[in-house]
Each structure stands twice: as structure tokens, then as C-alpha cells.
Design a protein around this ligand. Structure first.
Ligand SMILES: Nc1ncnc2c1ncn2[C@@H]1O[C@H](COP(=O)(O)OP(=O)(O)O)[C@@H](O)[C@H]1O
Ligand SMILES: [Mg+2]
Length: 209
């Protein structure tokens, strides 16, 4: 797989691009759905519980008739981002595209539950700057030993036997966020309790009754 090629940028030539604003604003969409929209960015080690908790929260919100959608890092990497590897440059491009996609869905009125390991503070700040409005960082925390034991995709086993270079928690570190809006510790509470924490947070921040 190739590292993404950066387009060559010319500063002396003006770009003939004029974004067009339609008649329907984000506020109008929010009035129609009856709740705010934005991005809940779930960060944490592989196996911490990001996918488990976000899909249960999505199911709950959908059941209540709300617009909610999981945007999963691995899913995006098998489609839109399938041209990217795990080099520094590609990781950044992965986040840039994820941030832009999440932002688009937020503009359509969705509550986006974005699940990305996003191990570094710098990358998470980058994505926060792209999304800006109604961006919340949720740290799905878990003890590394628990994640290794759970190993839902067998990736720790593979990484620990040298099969995956720079795997977060094994060959590469994870920087716990200092600016998380919420921390859910899945080593200390069961799934039902953790989902409730996530749903309560989302309901509060997005004005869901
Ligand atoms: N309190 C908890 N919250 C979330 N998942 C938990 C919890 N306790 C155990 N698990 C298990 O941990 C695993 C988490 O996997 P997953 O959600 O795919 O993680 P991630 O998306 O963060 O890589 C699942 O097998 C899930 O059943
Ligand atoms: Mg996952």
C-alpha cells in the first residue's frame, strides 16, 4: 500500500473555487430533527470498547427516532481511506478525511459517533480543529492487560508475536487525552453501565429529552 501522495500546491495561482451555501442551514435541520448535531469522538486502545459502546448507543438513539451514526475508523479504512497505510503522513490524512466526513454528517443533522484509536494528542487536536462546532472527545479507557485479554480481533496476539509493526499499546504508545469531555472506564464498569454513561452524555450535550 502506498503512502498518500500530496497534491502539489501552488500559491501564486488563485483557486477558482467558490463554496455555495444553499437555503437549508444546519440550524433548520436541527429544528426538524428536534436535537443538536455534532461529533462525539471516541478514542482509546484497540479492544477498549469503542465499537461496542458506540453501536449500542447508536441503536438506542435510532430506536428513539434520532439521527445518529457510527463512523468507524476500520470501516473507513476499508473504503474511502483504503489507499492509506499507517505512516505518519497517512495517519494524518486518515484523520483529515475522517474529520471532514464527520463534519459533513454533523451538518446534515447527525450525531456522529466516531470511533478511532487516535493515539496521539496532536491528531485529536487536528480533528477537533476540523470539526470545531459541537465536537466532544470521549476517552474509552481500559487497562492494556484487559484489552490484551479481550483481543476481539486477535490483533494483540498478532502484534505481540511481531506480526504488526507499531500496533498501539504494543510497538507504539497511547497518549491518554488530557482534554477529554468524558472518560468511560470499561475495566471498571460493565457494558450496560458504560453505555448508559455514553447515552446520558450524548443526551445532555445534544439536547435530547
Ligand atoms: N465495559 C465494557 N464496555 C465495552 N466493552 C466491553 C466491556 N467489558 C468487556 N467488553 C468487551 O470488550 C470488547 C471491546 O471490543 P471493541 O468494542 O471492538 O473495541 P474497540 O472498538 O475499542 O477496538 C468486546 O468484546 C466487549 O464485549
Ligand atoms: Mg472498533
Amino acid at each position: 500500500m502506498n503512502t498518500v501522495q500530496q497534491p502539489s500546491l501552488s500559491t501564486d495561482k488563485p483557486l477558482d473555487i467558490y463554496p455555495h451555501d444553499g437555503f437549508i442551514t444546519r440550524q433548520m435541520r436541527n429544528r426538524q430533527t428536534g436535537h443538536k448535531s455534532g461529533v462525539v469522538w471516541l478514542t482509546g486502545l484497540s479492544g477498549a470498547g469503542k465499537s461496542t459502546l458506540s453501536s449500542l448507543a447508536e441503536q438506542y438513539l435510532f430506536g428513539k427516532g434520532h439521527l445518529a451514526m457510527v463512523l468507524d475508523g476500520d470501516t473507513l479504512r476499508s473504503g474511502l481511506n483504503s489507499d492509506l497505510d499507517f505512516s505518519k503522513q497517512s495517519r494524518r490524512e486518515n484523520l483529515r478525511r475522517a474529520g471532514e466526513v464527520a463534519s459533513l454528517f454533523a451538518h446534515t443533522g447527525h450525531i456522529v459517533l466516531a470511533t478511532f484509536v487516535s493515539p496521539f494528542q496532536e491528531g485529536r487536536r487536528y480533528v477537533r480543529d476540523i470539526v470545531r462546532d459541537n465536537f466532544y472527545l470521549v476517552h474509552i479507557a481500559a487497562d492494556l492487560d484487559d484489552c490484551i485479554q479481550r483481543d476481539p480481533k486477535g490483533l494483540y496476539k498478532k502484534a505481540l508475536s511481531g506480526g504488526i509493526e507499531n500496533f498501539t499499546g504494543v510497538g507504539q504508545g497511547y497518549e491518554p487525552p488530557e482534554d477529554a469531555d468524558l472518560v468511560i472506564n470499561t475495566s471498571q464498569a460493565d457494558i450496560a453501565d458504560c453505555v448508559k454513561q455514553l447515552i446520558d452524555f450524548v443526551s445532555d450535550r445534544f439536547s435530547i429529552e
